[in-house]
Write a new protein. Structure first.
Length: 74
């Protein structure tokens, strides 16, 4: 899997201390998936009491552009 990160996603990862491996895990094995408008898809995965939301655009097989990442609180 190849992940490409927008500047917005990179900033969010840094500010929220989100590791790229968690983003990859969320896309590979999401708890659920929703449309995020146009060509984007939102992937959700729980990590303890937090749920990670990854919004990505699939460009090719196993190639994703990560638009934004953040945790939802339960």
């Amino acid at each position: 899997m190849h992940l490409f990160f927008s500047n917005h996603a990179k900033a969010g990862m840094y500010e929220r201390n989100i590791d790229a491996s968690r983003i990859a895990d969320t896309i590979r094995r999401p708890d659920f998936v929703r449309s995020a408008g146009d060509d984007a898809t939102a992937y959700y995965r729980a990590f303890g009491k937090q749920t990670l939301r990854v919004v990505a655009i699939s460009r090719k097989k196993s190639e994703y552009v990560i638009v934004t990442v953040y945790y939802l609180w339960k």
